[in-house]
Ligand binder design. Structure first.
Ligand code: MG
Ligand code: MG
Length: 309
């Protein structure tokens, strides 16, 4: 992959949530300057525009709560193909859209990693593990299932596209969790996923926790996918999301994570998800996400212009 090229992919997915608005996410990221921010750091930016989902036949599921199954399965197919291809050209940066899109980005990037003979690790920054299966989801909102699908958990066959390369749960690290359903909690333990909830963050600091994980990625010469859900951040600094959970990451914690990710030099793809511009405060959350992306891509704090909000 060409490390100096970013492939920006708009994924206006909103059917995975219970409310409208996430389809405006890609436009908000562009209006907040994601392209120029990357260019100013020396990257060539290829913006693929906004995708639309492959049409898939509707199929009902025994779980009556599930909504928009065909739509999300279609997005998964579209995004897996797009991210797989983009991964050979540069670093895919997927502008969501709700978190259901990670079913496609994770599976597409995992397939690329397998073909390149690399071990794929995932850093999941989210208040939620999104580890429901089609059977266990009670809300029926499919932004709660992408991690379960990407890990190859049972029950997706015939409903979602076939998964060529499941993630290894031993290579997944989740940080910021503070809203976990009982079925997800059991699964996290069974799978042995590395989990750092907000209590662990408070007790140890994000730097210590993240360094352990990044050291492991380096030991195994891995590559890293980062999936950043807006609700990872505290709602006070990032109000533009439909699933606010109090007690999220602070501005400094989030920037420190991004700066450490840049220093590790192993991040090969990124999801920016769950931004709902309809709920945002004059673009504040979109701008914060763009600034965090810039930190991840190499902007240092000393370069930050002073400005008023
Ligand atoms: Mg999520
Ligand atoms: Mg979330």
């Amino acid at each position: 992959m060409n490390r100096k090229t970013c492939i920006v992919i708009g994924a206006p997915v909103q059917d995975g949530t219970g409310r409208l608005g996430c389809d405006m996410g890609p436009s908000a990221f562009r209006a907040a300057g994601i392209g120029p921010a990357l260019q100013s750091l020396g990257y060539q930016v290829l913006d693929r525009g906004n995708l639309s989902a492959t049409a898939r036949p509707a199929r009902s599921h025994p779980n009556p709560a599930i909504r928009s199954l065909a739509e999300i399965a279609g997005w998964t197919e579209t995004l897996a193909a797009e991210v797989h291809e983009a991964s050979t050209l540069g670093m895919p940066i997927v502008l969501g859209g709700d978190h259901s899109l990670a079913a496609g980005t994770l599976s597409g990037h995992a397939r690329h990693a397998a073909e390149a003979g690399r071990k794929l690790f995932v850093l999941w920054l989210d208040a939620h593990p999104d580890l429901h299966t089609l059977e266990s989801t009670e809300s029926g909102n499919l932004h709660g299932v992408p991690m379960a699908y990407a890990l190859g958990l049972p029950g997706f066959s015939g409903y979602f596209p076939p998964l060529s390369t499941p993630l290894d749960p031993a290579r997944v690290c989740m940080m910021g969790l503070r809203s976990v359903d009982p079925a997800e909690r059991r699964r996290l333990v069974e799978l042995g996923i590395r989990v750092h909830d907000m209590r662990a963050v408070d007790e140890n600091g994000v730097g210590t926790l993240l360094r352990d994980f990044l050291d492991e990625v380096a030991r195994q010469d891995g590559i890293l996918h980062v999936s950043l859900d807006v609700d990872f951040l505290d709602p006070d600094i990032a109000p533009g999301v439909g699933t606010t959970v109090p007690g999220g990451a602070t501005f400094r914690e989030a920037h420190l994570i991004m700066e450490m990710l840049h220093d590790c030099g192993r991040v090969t793809s990124l999801d920016l998800v769950e931004l709902n511009p309809f709920l945002d405060d004059r673009g504040r959350t979109a701008r914060l996400l763009v600034d965090l992306t810039a930190s991840l891509m190499g902007r240092s704090v000393l370069d930050r212009p002073t400005r008023s909000f």
